[in-house]
Design a binder for this molecule. Structure first.
Ligand SMILES: [Zn+2]
Length: 180
């Protein structure tokens, strides 16, 4: 699923970047690069969720593969820091202040990617599962906790299923197996 999405971003990003060639010139490369590399924040999400215990790329792919079927659940709340209004604002401000066209191209690439993602999420029925702001994410996460929901559970079970954070029961089983 994720690879399919990555291919979709590479394809749509390269089409958009070539269409922008007359406006951005060589800086189209930065548009294309940011429109694809922004998904690198899935890696940050992975190491954050596992408490900085595992840094492997393979682990990240396995984690997101396990997480995917749980993403429609009511207690699921995604967080992708580069896909937020705050991240966009930061890059926009830096581009405006510096006047660097390459940085402005990075901003448009990010925006293009985020809008493409929103269309995709809408079709998947997951439009509201990923907050578009860091503040929104914090408020919603805390509100879910107050209402007795457990947004951490999908992450924990995805981690457990790739044995990055085994449950107590599994720990005991593992120890018993080792003794055998
Ligand atoms: Zn994305």
């Amino acid at each position: 699923m994720r690879t399919m999405q990555a291919r979709y971003h590479v394809l749509s990003g390269s089409i958009a970047a070539s269409l922008l060639l007359p406006i951005l010139g060589i800086n189209s490369i930065f548009f294309f690069a940011s429109s694809v590399l922004i998904d690198g924040d899935h890696y940050l999400d992975y190491i954050y969720r596992n408490g900085f215990k595992d840094f492997s790329i393979k682990g990240m792919f396995n984690f997101h593969r396990r997480l995917f079927p749980m993403e429609s659940a009511r207690n699921f709340l995604a967080f992708n820091v580069a896909h937020t209004a705050e991240a966009l604002l930061l890059v926009y401000a830096a581009g405006a202040i510096s006047g660097w066209v390459w940085l402005q191209a990075v901003f448009w690439g990010m925006l293009f990617h985020i809008v493409s993602d929103l269309v995709y999420l809408y079709h998947q029925g997951k439009l509201f599962r990923r907050p578009i702001s860091i503040i929104e994410y914090i408020i919603r996460w805390q509100r879910m906790k107050r209402h007795g929901m457990h947004p951490e559970i999908p992450y924990q079970s995805a981690l457990r299923s790739i044995s990055v954070m085994p449950s107590l029961a599994e720990d005991k089983e593992g120890q018993a197996n080792q003794q055998d």
